[in-house]
Design a protein around this ligand. Structure first.
Ligand code: TPP
Length: 681
């Protein structure tokens, strides 16, 4: 709802709008780098939103029922930093003066966690838009779960400021289609339609009717031709709020570089400072003092701070409502706090399964499905699904219903065949808080969602990915569907934890890590094919070993120095165990080390790693994936049985055999390596 307080007189509005315009211009000019064009053109609509609608509290930027604001066009962040400063967030003017400098809280694109009030890391165009869809999903899901008649404790909007580039990127269509289908009425996008991207006019590459496109997605759409008419913008925002059954897109005809005599409406206003002379001319044209830079008129500041104070009052009012809710629904209120604080329910892991050999061979995707079933009953904040592959990824939660417009209490998501948007909406759900989001697809299609995976890692977001059909062993679908380099690629993302369990029990342990991890995403990499169960009676080290990333699964003879270590992950652990038996009969003593997670193993102490992989003992790494990572990982005395070409279409076991994943080949490689080492002086 629009704030009910008296509106500022038009001159004061203009003063405020110019304040943020020129703060942004001066930031970019001082940094000699950045994007002045979008802030100049979009300041008026951003002001209308922040001044009259947005529910935010600068002194408690994370209060749960605040509205979310995502600047999807992250390159225009000088505008956001200016707004955050003037409305009273903990972002002093000195930080604005250090825009884009080492260690500042005003980095070149908004970074989640670095600047109070920044809700998402944005910059890669389209991501913020889709994050916002995830935030709106989270709001709807939590409202359905926690609100009760007379108690609306979850009730906020998600706003986006998006640019031409955001809407050009395919992800905005994926996410827009999803949001329209889900009827996320509290999602409101302001689209700065300035007709300019880097190469020039959008006529060069972007000519479809955007409003018709979004209308077809099921959105409520509006068009505004006068970018600086804030009453008109406010009117449209009000209409968007009142439309609760559809998400809203407001296309505003803005002018990049507004006010700049030589750069307005040109690509020159996009990605470089205006220049000292042009800054002067622009300030003169808009009636702004040329000196000093970073000028903030008292009246404007006072007015902006009032908006912040209104947010503080809104929070206080919400806290009172929360108290009343807690009185009437104490258990729900406690549960609400628990999920917002990302605490796990007591005994969340009480009914996790343990598998025995009697369960028979089992694909790790199946073991994962059984683990999800156990977790889902204890952790109602788990919410996830797949990109149309649930019957293959085994990721549905029985009895939890589907998240659909008629049923926002449902917890099974149907992302549709939209991996990219799935990844970004999962990020938005995690950013919002209150949920444990997960998403599934085949490992090969993780490529389709790599940008949001990277951002989840960068943002430190607890998102869980379930990637099945994890190697060439998936078989007949052929090289297009057989992942080769994906494991290495995922492992190379800083902050990413990748776990490729070897059997059903390692899978349970992997899920435990995924659920407990708060600092970043976890990818569970699972097989399509059945694998023997590593019985805990025979391999008792599994539950304690998996959390260390790598551990000695089988030693031969116990405590003696092995001739060679077979180091393997996932399904290849079984090959290593089989080869170990053969090698023992050939007089070669082996140790088998299971490394479900190189990411975690590499964080262990030197002592622990040296205990598992004693220096000087030759290593043979076995993994149905690119060998590159292993070569650099374990030193010179190493051979690798890996996959360094694309796969091939045939039944899985046949493909594995042709690619050398056989006991014979592992034994041969072992003997070759040992001979080479002996022959070397
Ligand atoms: C995925 C992605 N591709 C490319 C870029 C580089 N880039 C930054 S801004 C931009 C286009 C700018 O046009 P628009 O989105 O209309 O913003 P405006 O010109 O209004 O500032 C591009 C291509 C990016 N940030 N993200």
């Amino acid at each position: 709802m629009a704030h009910s307080t008296t509106l500022a007189p038009p001159e004061l509005d203009d003063l405020c709008i110019n304040t943020i315009r020129f703060l942004a211009v001066d930031m970019v000019q001082k940094a000699k780098s950045g994007h002045p064009g979008l802030p100049l053109g979009s300041a008026a609509m951003a002001y209308a939103l922040w001044d009259r609608f947005l529910k935010f509290n600068p002194s408690d930027p994370l209060w749960p029922d605040r509205d979310r604001f995502v600047l999807s066009a992250g390159h225009g962040c000088a505008l956001l930093y200016a707004l955050l400063h003037v409305t009273g967030f903990d972002l002093p003017l000195a930080e604005l003066e250090r825009f884009r400098q080492w260690g500042s809280r005003t980095p070149g694109h908004p970074e989640y966690g670095k600047t109070p009030g920044v809700e998402a890391t944005t910059g890669p165009l389209g991501q913020g838009f889709a994050n916002a869809v995830g935030m709106a999903i989270a709001e709807a899901a939590l409202a359905a779960r926690f609100n009760r008649p007379g108690h609306q404790i979850v009730d906020h909007n998600t706003y986006v400021l998006a640019s031409d580039g955001d809407l050009e990127e395919g992800i905005s269509s994926e996410a827009g289609s999803m949001a329209g289908h889900l009827r996320l009425g509290k999602l409101i996008v302001l689209y700065a339609n300035n007709h300019i991207t880097i190469e020039g006019n959008t006529e060069l590459a972007f000519t479809e009717d955007r409003l018709a496109r979004f209308a077809a997605f099921g959105w409520h759409v509006q068009r505004i031709e006068q970018s600086n008419n804030i009453d008109r913008i406010a009117h449209a925002l009000l209409a968007a709020q009142e439309e609760t059954a559809r998400p809203s897109l407001i296309q505003v005809r803005t002018h990049i570089g507004f006010g700049s005599p030589h750069k307005q409406d040109t690509a020159a206003a996009h990605g470089e400072p205006l220049g000292v002379e042009e800054v002067r001319l622009t300030k003169e044209k808009l009636g702004w003092p040329v000196e000093p830079p970073f000028h903030i008129p008292e009246d404007a500041l006072e007015h902006f701070r009032e908006a912040g104070a209104r947010g503080s009052a809104a929070q206080t009012e919400w806290e009172l409502r929360l108290e009343a809710y807690a009185e009437e629904h104490p258990d729900l209120a406690a549960e609400f706090q628990r999920v917002l604080h990302r605490q796990l329910a007591k005994s969340w892991d009480a009914n996790l399964p343990t598998f025995t050999a009697a369960d028979g061979p089992m694909a790790t995707r199946i073991a994962s499905g059984k683990t999800i079933a156990a977790l889902a009953t204890r952790l109602p904040e788990m919410m996830g699904g797949s990109a149309d592959l649930t019957p293959s990824t085994f990721t549905s939660m029985d009895g939890a219903g589907s998240f659909e417009p008629e049923n926002w209490a449902g917890r099974n998501m149907h992302f549709g065949i939209r991996e990219h948007a799935m990844g970004a909406t999962l990020n938005g759900m995690a950013l919002h808080r209150g949920l444990i989001p997960y998403g599934a697809t085949f490992l090969i299609f993780s490529d389709y969602m790599r940008p949001p995976i990277r951002l989840a890692a960068m943002n430190g977001l607890p998102v869980i990915y379930v990637f099945t059909h994890d190697s060439i062993a998936m078989g007949e679908d052929g090289p297009t569907h057989q992942p080769v380099e994906q494991l290495l690629g995922l492992r190379s993302i800083p902050g990413m934890v990748v776990i490729r369990p070897a059997d059903a029990n390692e899978t349970v342990a992997a899920w435990r890590i995924a659920i407990e991890r708060r600092e970043g995403p976890v990818a569970l990499v699972l097989t399509r094919q059945k694998l023997p169960v590593l019985d805990l009676a025979r391999f008792p080290g599994i539950p304690a070993g998996v959390p260390l990333g790598g551990y000695v699964l089988a030693d031969s003879p116990p405590d003696a120095r092995p001739d060679i270590i077979l180091i393997a992950t996932g399904s290849e652990v079984h090959l290593a165990l089989a080869a170990r038996d053969r090698l023992a009969s050939e007089g070669v003593q082996t140790r088998v080390v299971s490394v479900p997670s190189t990411s975690i193993f590499s964080t262990q102490s030197d002592q622990y790693r040296a205990k598992v992989l004693p220096p000087g003992v030759p290593l043979l790494a076995i993994e149905a994936g690119a060998s590159l990572g292993w070569k650099s990982y374990v030193g010179p005395q190493i051979a690798v049985v890996g996959v360094d070409t694309f796969g091939a279409s045939a039944p899985g076991p046949v493909v594995m055999e042709h690619y050398g994943f056989t006991v014979e080949n592992v034994c041969k490689k072992t003997h070759d390596l040992l001979r080479q080492i002996k022959e070397k002086p």
